[in-house]
Design a protein around this ligand. Sequence first.
Ligand code: 3SL
Length: 241
Amino acid sequence: MKLFVYHTPELTPTEDAPECAIAVDVLRATSTMATVLAAGGEAVQVFSDLDQLVEVSEKWPAQKRLRAGERGGAKVAGFELGNSPLDCTAELVAGRRLFISTTNGTRALQRIQDAPIVLAAALINRAAVVKFLLEKQPETVWIVGSGWEGSFSLEDTVCAGAIAHSIWQQSNSSLEEITGNDEVTSAIALYSQWQNDLLGLFHQASHGKRLLRLECLEDLKYCSQTDILDVLPIQHEPGVL
Ligand code: 3SL
């Protein structure tokens, strides 16, 4: 298995396609998706366009759907949910489909949606993703950070490093054998440096600071936990996990 880390969806190669591609948006889209599925949500369907989200979700029974959306960190008017994983309780989401659009996370998922295997990962479900990869042994794996509007993000990179580090530790491979690009090595180094203080790292991150200004400290605390949800968000059809 060769791992490749890309810091933003825009940095992924346009020609080659991997056997498995993983979207990461720790703050907060993929953390929210993992939480919804772990809480019994029927599925998560992602959209970049809000009007399209409304149009498609309207064809769904009202009691079986939830609309979630965020722009600039703030909830989209008229939707039941923003993008806080803490709002996604089992009472609210069980048996319902989450129709979601966020600034960066949904864009990352859409960029990789043609890969044969598409996953969504966050720190909270890292172990489930790693377990799947070790069992399935895809030849090439892209770990794609959502970043923020085309630029690098610390929180997605540290999660990519957490995944790569765990694969390295649990497989019989050397670091060289699993490393497909330099970004993998630097993501592992970031994770190794911060693994015992991921919340502290989020306080250094520009999007972490943005969310703190929006009074989302509890979200940061929740998303900084590692391996707390045994859930594998895997794409069943384009855009649906
Ligand atoms: O950019 C995104 O996709 C979001 O996760 C951003 S936020 O954390 O909801 O502000």
